[in-house]
Design a protein around this ligand. Structure first.
Ligand code: GLU
Length: 484
């Protein structure tokens, strides 16, 4: 039975890279009928950020990715928040002490600094020199206990075999070999009594019966330590899969400088969760060469770790925008309208009726990238025209235009409400253009200017239908002056 976990640390807003890790764990588990758990790794008190855990829950809820066990739903292996499991880690650190695979270290911060300086001066790689381990040979058990009982600060370190090598195996990266002498005696339990990531992570993966560890490539350097730690406990190892780095457009590790990196920012910008999930899924995994749009169900059916790439994946915002547009066009209009109402409210357009929002979204969905574009792209659909494209006006508002627009307003007013349709409006405009011996465009541009204030928009007649007969005529009259 496959069991995987997504194990974020609540150190900030959920990163798109973390969304990908969570998603791949989810797809992998669902593909194989396994279990996907959420575990909050919050033992590093110095990096804890208020609200970050809440953000993890909220962002996954938004994307629709569900975990089978976790702090929010419980499960047989809880608690799933590491800060609530500290006793478990202490017991396990003691187990390692008892097995002789870990030892107490009493070094002060100053001593460690001096050690690093010595190593720097000697030109050797920084690595714990095992002073405390050697001291304990001479200190003996009693003296060690006395130091601990008298309140001398201590840590517990992993004893890495002095010679030989450690082999790691990864489903994405293959096999690697590390000489043990290059691996540090990792601190497992800190002087504040909290475990380090390494201890808590391995203990929990073991106790929670994790079969596959799927996580970002930044954790690859820790893998040899983890392998040694599993051996130190005498435990069977899970399988590992390290996902390729996310790169910015310049092929450097994706960072804030490249734009938005938190999932919340994409939510705030009006991206659809389906599009973001689809986009993020393809950052390092390509199920087929011939298409890019996949539903979550399709991704579950196709997901295989063997198809995950080694090479870094470029976060291409253009592609996300394209995908969001594709999803916008396919989405049921009620869903889009429901999502756009709060966006409109934030932009100062409260009290928009659902049915009207649906009509507007349907009108302009082909022309926007995200729902957040709506209040700026089509503000004139929700309130008065607030700005005029003067260059456009100068180009199309000629001598005689005013009278022509006034005449059209009069003809529109003579249509009865049931006749306020695209074909009737178009008939009025084309008929009048013919009478004048002009091309219809000569009338449509001024019409567009008066109705929307700008050059770019949806179909003119369709826009007028959605806006309504009364409002359309009022706008034309605002442009032409008092009654015709
Ligand atoms: N807490 C680690 C993180 O924030 C987990 C890494 C892992 O999955 O082992 O990414």
């Amino acid at each position: 039975m496959v069991r995987v976990r997504f194990a974020p640390s609540p150190t900030g807003m959920l990163h798109v890279g973390s969304l990908r890790s969570g998603l791949y764990n989810y797809l992998f588990a669902r593909h194989l009928g396994g279990t996907c758990i959420l575990r909050i790794e919050d033992t590093d008190q110095t990096r804890y950020v208020e609200g970050a855990e809440q953000n993890i829950f909220e962002m996954f809820r938004w994307t629709g990715i569900e975990f089978d066990e976790g702090p929010h739903v419980g499960g047989p292996h809880g608690p799933y928040r590491q800060s609530e499991r500290t006793d478990i880690y202490r017991v396990h650190a003691q187990m390692l002490l008892d097995r002789g695979t870990a030892y107490y270290a009493f070094d002060t911060a100053e001593e460690l600094d001096r050690m690093r300086e010595r190593q720097k001066a000697a030109g050797v790689a920084p690595k714990y020199d095992r002073t405390s381990m050697r001291n304990q040979f001479t200190l003996g058990e009693e003296e060690t206990r006395r130091l601990i009982d008298s309140g001398t600060p201590w840590t517990i370190r992993l004893f890495v075999p002095l010679t030989g090598e450690t082999r790691t195996s990864d489903l994405v990266r293959g096999e690697s070999v590390f000489p043990n002498k290059t691996i540090d005696d990792q601190i497992l339990l800190k002087s504040d009594g909290y475990p380090t990531y390494h201890l808590a992570n391995i203990v929990d993966d073991h106790l929670m019966e994790i079969t596959h560890v799927i996580r970002g490539e930044e954790w690859l350097p820790s893998l040899p330590k983890h392998v040694i730690l599993y051996d130190a406990f005498g435990w069977e190892k899970p399988q590992f899969a390290h996902l390729p780095l996310l790169l910015g457009p310049t092929r450097k590790k994706l960072s804030k400088r490249d734009g938005d990196v938190s999932v919340a920012e994409y939510l705030q910008k009006g991206y659809l969760p389906e599009a973001l999930v689809n986009f993020v899924a393809l950052l390092g995994w390509n199920p087929t060469a011939d298409r890019e749009i996949f539903t979550v169900e399709e991704m579950i059916a196709m997901f295989e770790l063997e198809k995950v790439n080694k090479a870094g994946a470029i976060f291409d915002l253009e592609k996300l925008n394209w995908m969001n547009g594709m999803y916008l066009r396919q989405m049921p209009i009620e869903r889009l309208a429901g999502d756009v109402l709060p966006i409109l409210a934030r932009a100062g357009f409260g009290n928009v009726e659902m049915i009207y929002a649906e009509a507007v979204v349907d009108l302009i969905k082909e022309r926007i990238t995200t729902l957040n574009d709506i209040p700026t792209f089509a503000d004139y659909m929700f309130g008065p025209i607030r700005c005029i494209d003067f260059a456009y006006a100068q180009k199309h508002w000629k001598a005689g235009t005013q009278e022509q627009v006034a005449e059209m307003a009069g003809r529109f007013a003579r249509l009865n409400p049931a006749e306020w349709t695209v074909s009737m409006i178009e008939g009025v405009v084309r008929g009048y253009a013919e009478e004048l011996g002009l091309s219809a465009g000569k009338l449509i541009h001024p019409l567009r200017l008066a109705i929307t204030g700008r050059q770019v928009g949806a179909g003119m007649f369709e826009t007028m239908v959605v806006l309504g007969q009364g409002t359309s005529i009022t706008r034309l009259r605002e442009f032409t002056g008092p009654a015709v």
